[in-house]
Ligand binder design. Structure first.
Ligand code: GLC
Length: 441
C-alpha cells in the first residue's frame, strides 16, 4: 500500500515518462499517438504539476483541427515507424483535413471545454482571460461543427459514426448494433469457420495485453471494416449518412457535450464574447433532448439509433453520465445514484464497472465490457458532487485511489477483485489520480 505522497510522485513520473514533445502518449507501447479526450484528462492532472505542460497538452490538439472545425480523435506521430497507421486513415482525402499533420477522420467526446476551464482554474484572472481568448476560436468552431455536421435534423442530439468516437470502444450498446447491422459477409465467414485465432495472430494490441482483456477478434474486424467504409466516403458525414446503417446518438457523448456547452458559455462570458444565436438555440435543444433518451419502463437513460429513433436498451455505464451532464432533475439523479449503491448493478467492491454486474454482457476483465476505468469514475464523481451526493463522491474517490494504490496506473481494473488490467502506466490513470488526490474534500 502506498502513501498519498508516493502516489503523487509516481503518477507524476508516469506523465514524465510518457511525454512526446508537446503532448503525452496515453501508453507508449500501445497508444503512441495523441488522442483527443486522453489529452483533456491528462491536462486536468498536469495542471497541478506543470501549467506549461497542461497548456501545451491542449494547444497541441489544435494542430489537428480540421478547417470545418472538427477535432480528430487522433493526431498521428510522424516517422517511418507509424506510416502504416497514417495510411490506414489517409485523412488527406478530405479537403478540410490539415496539411501539416496526419489525423484520423472521426472525433471523440468533446471534453476540451472542461479541460480548458480546469486548467484555467489554476491561473490568475489575467492569465485565465488570455488563455480563454487563445482557445476560444477553436472551441467555438468545434462546437459549431458538432451541431452543423452531426445534428443534421436539429434534434439537439449529435450522432456518432464509429464506436471509437465514443471512447468506450467495445461498450455493449455499440457492439450489439454492430452485430445486428454491420458484419460483412467475409467477417461472418471467419466467425462461422471459428478462425478468430488467425486474426489474433496478426493483432498488435494483444502483443502487449492478454487477448481476454481486449476486444474479441470479430469485433476488431468489424471496427476495422467500418473505418474502411468511412474512408471510402472521405469522412464526409452527409455521404456516410446516405449509406450507413450504423449511426447512434450516444448517451455518453451527448452528456459530455451538454456539460461542455455550459463551459463554453462560461468562457464566452469571462472574455465577453457572444455565442452565436444559432448555437445557443442548439445548446438549449440538447438539454431538452436528453429527456427523450429516458426509458420509463427500465428507469434508465439509453443511447438512441439515429435512423429509427429507437432506444438501444443495452445496459452500460453510459446510464450514469446524465449526472455529469447536470441537465437532469434531482429525482432522476436519485434513481441513478440508487443503481450505484446496488452491488449487483454499479456498486461492486471496486466501482464503477463499465457494464452493470447483473448484465449478461458483464465480463470483469474485458476492456469496456465490465472493468472500472478512472476517467469514467472522474466524470461520475463530478456529477455526484453536482447533485449534492458528496459522501458518495468521497467514497468513489477513495475506492478509485485504492485501485491505483494496489495495482498501479493500469488502463483499467477488475471491478470485483481490483486487479490491474490492460496497459501499464496509462497516462489518464496517472493524471486523474493526481487530480483526485489534489481535489480531495
Ligand atoms: C482506447 C480507449 C479510448 C482511448 C484510447 C487511447 O482506444 O478505448 O477511449 O482514447 O484507447 O488511450
Amino acid at each position: 500500500m502506498y502513501e498519498n505522497k508516493d502516489l503523487l510522485r509516481d503518477a507524476s513520473a508516469v506523465l514524465k515518462q510518457n511525454v512526446a514533445g508537446r503532448y503525452t502518449m496515453p501508453s507508449p507501447p500501445l497508444y503512441p499517438h495523441q488522442w483527443l479526450w486522453d489529452s483533456c484528462f491528462i491536462a486536468i492532472g498536469l495542471r497541478h504539476i506543470s501549467l506549461p505542460r497542461a497548456k501545451s497538452e491542449l494547444t497541441s490538439l489544435l494542430r489537428g483541427q480540421w478547417q470545418n472545425g472538427m477535432l480528430p480523435n487522433l493526431i498521428f506521430k510522424s516517422g517511418a515507424k507509424y506510416r502504416a497507421d497514417r495510411r490506414a486513415w489517409h485523412s488527406r482525402i478530405n479537403p478540410y483535413s490539415p496539411d501539416r499533420v496526419a489525423t484520423s477522420g472521426i472525433t471523440q467526446p468533446p471534453m476540451l471545454a472542461e479541460a480548458v476551464v480546469r486548467v484555467g482554474e489554476t491561473m490568475t484572472t489575467i492569465e485565465r482571460r488570455e488563455w480563454y481568448r487563445h482557445m476560444w476560436p477553436a472551441l467555438l468552431a468545434y462546437h459549431e461543427w458538432l451541431y452543423l455536421d452531426r445534428d443534421p435534423h436539429s434534434e439537439g442530439l449529435v450522432l456518432q459514426i464509429h464506436p471509437w468516437e465514443v471512447g468506450l470502444d467495445s461498450t455493449p450498446p455499440w457492439t450489439a448494433e454492430l452485430r445486428e447491422h454491420q458484419l460483412p459477409l467475409w467477417i461472418r465467414a471467419i466467425e462461422s469457420a471459428h478462425a478468430s485465432w488467425l486474426i489474433n495472430l496478426l493483432r498488435r494490441d494483444t502483443r502487449t495485453v492478454p487477448s481476454k482483456e481486449r476486444f474479441d477478434a470479430i469485433e476488431v474486424l468489424a471496427l476495422f471494416s467500418i473505418q474502411r467504409r468511412l474512408k471510402r466516403k472521405a469522412y464526409i458525414t452527409s455521404k456516410i449518412l446516405n449509406h450507413s446503417l450504423f449511426t447512434i446518438e450516444d448517451l455518453t457523448f451527448n452528456c459530455i457535450l451538454i456539460r461542455a456547452n455550459e463551459h463554453l458559455e462560461a468562457i464566452a462570458k469571462t472574455i465577453r464574447r457572444a455565442v452565436p444565436a444559432e448555437l445557443t438555440e442548439a445548446m438549449q435543444r440538447s438539454r431538452e433532448a436528453l429527456e427523450s433518451l429516458w426509458d420509463p419502463y427500465a428507469s434508465s437513460y439509453y443511447s438512441r439509433d439515429f435512423v429509427t429513433h429507437k432506444l438501444i436498451k443495452v445496459p452500460s455505464i453510459a446510464a450514469l453520465m446524465p449526472l455529469y451532464s447536470g441537465a437532469i432533475s434531482p429525482e432522476r439523479a436519485a434513481i441513478l445514484v440508487k443503481s450505484l449503491e446496488n452491488e449487483h448493478v454499479f456498486g461492486p467492491a471496486y466501482p464503477v464497472p463499465s457494464v452493470p454486474v447483473d448484465s449478461k454482457d458483464f465480463d470483469a476483465n474485458r476492456y469496456w465490457q465490465g472493468p472500472t476505468w478512472l476517467n469514467t469514475n472522474w466524470l461520475i464523481i463530478d456529477g455526484l458532487r453536482r447533485y449534492g451526493y458528496n459522501d458518495h463522491a468521497d467514497a468513489l474517490t477513495e475506492s478509485s485511489l485504492e485501485l491505483v494504490q494496489k495495482g498501479g496506473f493500469a488502463e483499467y481494473f477488475n471491478p470485483l477483485s481490483g486487479d490491474p488490467l490492460g496497459a501499464d502506466n496509462f497516462s489518464w490513470t496517472a493524471a486523474l489520480t493526481i487530480d483526485l488526490l489534489k481535489s480531495k474534500h
